[in-house]
Each structure stands twice: as structure tokens, then as C-alpha cells.
Design a protein around this ligand. Structure first.
Ligand code: SF4
Ligand code: SF4
Length: 347
């Protein structure tokens, strides 16, 4: 399977995506819902997390991917932009650095970057969003569990389900088996083991046009099934709602579910989740250094609203803390039901 971009698919044009989102028939504007909750305009609380996208290159081509990542995507962060990120990290009290992609480990400067972050901020929480299969994709990645451990990295990994059939249908044939092996390797390095301090969290997202079930219930079920069948342990399960953008939007349109999915998200609007959306404490950095309110806005090319601080090299904490967050109809994905963020449910 190719990325939408490689297929030259109309949905690889973000302007087209935004037009679709804005022209949706039952679309109560997200801004109106926020206003009803006393949250419009949406503003940051305080920037606590820097989420850095190291590139769109990935060894997988998952059906729902909001990044439209894949082996055919060549956009990756260069070392100069990483140095600009390090400058910001060294100067500001940002407690969490969240590395994502694509597969962030495929960036040739990944290890250097992690080492530098750890050197500059010995106490920072560093998260790597590891797709698991990358660990087995090439012998040069086999030691990633040890590398993560040596730098006290928190690992967050997608595993859509505890069965091969559901996982492979979303992420590609053979992904489940490789993911299980990778999880066992992480466990062997101490990840997800009691008292090791090495955090291993899993991410669940629905396989179709529906909202995730209860995070607590799913976590218990995943722990039971992965534990009994594969002797795998992990810390927490994060449930994430699929946002109607990129490849998931393509699926919704192709399957005739777009309208009903948007209605579901709007009906399930939860003001508590709205108050806790992740863009209020996070800044997302694109592979080319541009700044966004979140990874979803990044994929829609909706840059932060403060014009004086749109790129990491022009970072101004004051401007960013005083900006208005850019919203659109896709934001309903973060506020439906128990809410959704890169750290799971929010309400
Ligand atoms: S969802 Fe993750 S693992 Fe799958 S293609 Fe996208 S970036 Fe790669
Ligand atoms: S999609 Fe992004 S900007 Fe919109 S509510 Fe979610 S985190 Fe905030």
C-alpha cells in the first residue's frame, strides 16, 4: 500500500481536507460548542510538552494513519532543526519531550538527538512513540530496547488489539506477530515490569467508525489476554479516538461512514474533555521545524496562530502561551465521550 501522497490522492491536499471538514452537512461549528462551554477562544494553560515529529518515514502503512506515513515518505527532520529544538529544550522548563513520526527511530539522527536531550535535561520525561515492528525491521534496530532503557525513555506503542486478525487488518499483514515479539523484547529489557521504572504504555484505537470503549475496561482486557497468551506485561493502555483526517478520513468517505461518524463525534461532545484537550499544554514541532497546536493540526498544515513564533528557530514562549489555538471540525475527535489525546482519555 502506498501513502495518499504517493498515490496523488485528492486527500493528500490539506486544503481539500479542510474544505470537506468545513462543508460537512450537520456541522455545528466546533467554535460554537466551545463557546457554550465557556472555552472559546481556546487558549493554552501552560506549555509542558514539546512533541517533536522526526519525520513521516515509516516501515508501516497503517490504514488509519493520520500522518499518511510510510516507506515512500522521505520528509524527515534534519540535524539543524534538531539543534534548534535542543536550544528551546535547554532554555525552557518543558518537562516532557515526546518524539513521534512516522517511525522516529528511522531518522538517522534519532539516537544522537535522544542522547543530547538526555544530556541537556537529565530529569526530563522523554517519550518515544515506537510502532514496535521497527525493532525487528532491520538488525540495526534490534538493540533499541537497550538503547531506550539506557536513556530512561518511556515507550508508547500502538497495538490496536490483542488478536492478529484485528491488528493486521489495520496495520498490515504480520504486524501483530512482530509486535508481540517486540513487546517481549521490551519486557526482557525490563519495560513494563513492576518496579523497573521503565514505562511501557500501549495505545488502542478503534478499527472502524466508532468511539473507543472504556479505557479502564480495555486495559484490563488487554492485560489479561496479552499476559495469559504471550506473557507480556505493560503499564497502561491509552484509548485514542480516530480523528477524521488523512487516511482515516479516506476510509470514512470510501465506506460511506463520514457523515454518521461526524454526527457521532458531535453528539458525544463532552465539555470536560474539551477543557482538557492536549493542545492546551503541548506544542507540536513538524519535521521542518514549523510549530503547531497538535500533531493533527500539523498534518492539516494549520500552523500556530502567533505569526511571530511559527518556527522553532523563532520560539517565543510568551507569544506561544498567549496564542489562540487553531480549531476546526476535526477537533470533535478530541472532545467526544471520554476524550482523546496522545496520553489517552481526558475526562
Ligand atoms: S500509524 Fe504509526 S506505524 Fe502506522 S503508518 Fe502511521 S506512523 Fe507508521
Ligand atoms: S485536534 Fe488538536 S487543536 Fe483540535 S482539540 Fe484536538 S488537540 Fe486541540
Amino acid at each position: 500500500m502506498k501513502s495518499l501522497k504517493a498515490q496523488n490522492h485528492p486527500l493528500s491536499d490539506t486544503q481539500y481536507e479542510l474544505q470537506l471538514l468545513e462543508s460537512q452537512e450537520t456541522g455545528i461549528p466546533f467554535s460554537e460548542k466551545l463557546a457554550e462551554s465557556g472555552l472559546y477562544p481556546l487558549v493554552p494553560t501552560q506549555i509542558e510538552i514539546l512533541q517533536i515529529n522526526l519525520g513521516k518515514m515509516c516501515n508501516q502503512v497503517c490504514k488509519h494513519c493520520h500522518v499518511d506515513a510510510g516507506p515512500d515518505r522521505k520528509e524527515i527532520m534534519n540535524q539543524e532543526t534538531m539543534m534548534e529544538c535542543l536550544e528551546v529544550i535547554s532554555k525552557h522548563d518543558i518537562g516532557t519531550i515526546d518524539l513521534t513520526g512516522g517511525a522516529p527511530e528511522m531518522n538517522p539522527h534519532f539516537r544522537w538527538f535522544v542522547e543530547e536531550i538526555r544530556r541537556i535535561k537529565p530529569d526530563a520525561k522523554i517519550i518515544v512513540r515506537c510502532n514496535l515492528t521497527i525493532i525487528l525491521a532491520n538488525p540495526k534496530f534490534h538493540d533499541l530496547p537497550e538503547f531506550f532503557k539506557n536513556h530512561q525513555i518511556e515507550v508508547v506503542s500502538s497495538l490496536p488489539y490483542f488478536t492478529a486478525i484485528k491488528t493486521d487488518s489495520q496495520r498490515g499483514e504480520g504486524v501483530f506477530e512482530k509486535s508481540i515479539k517486540a513487546l517481549q523484547m521490551l519486557n526482557a529489557a525490563g519495560y513494563g515490569q513492576e518496579n523497573s521504572g521503565l514505562m511501557l504504555n500501549l495505545v488502542y484505537n478503534p478499527a472502524g467508525a466508532f468511539l473507543p470503549g472504556s479505557q479502564e475496561g480495555l486495559e484490563a482486557e488487554f492485560k489479561r489476554r496479552l499476559g495469559s497468551q504471550y506473557s507480556i506485561s505493560f503499564n497502561s493502555l491509552f484509548t485514542i479516538t480516530n480523528l477524521p483526517i488523512s487516511r482515516f478520513l479516506e476510509y470514512l468517505l470510501r465506506s460511506g461512514n463520514y457523515q454518521s461518524y461526524m454526527e457521532k463525534l458531535i453528539e458525544a461532545y463532552n465539555p470536560i474533555a474539551a477543557a482538557n484537550v492536549m493542545c492546551r499544554n503541548t506544542i507540536s514541532v513538524g519535521w521542518d521545524g514549523y510549530l503547531y497546536d497538535c500533531d493533527f493540526n500539523q498534518m492539516l498544515e494549520l500552523r500556530v496562530s502567533c505569526t511571530t513564533s511559527q518556527h522553532i528557530k523563532d520560539w517565543s514562549l510568551e507569544s506561544l502561551n498567549n496564542r489562540e489555538i487553531v480549531i476546526n471540525q476535526h477537533c470533535y475527535g478530541c472532545t467526544a465521550g471520554a476524550g482523546s489525546s496522545c496520553g489517552g482519555a481526558t475526562a
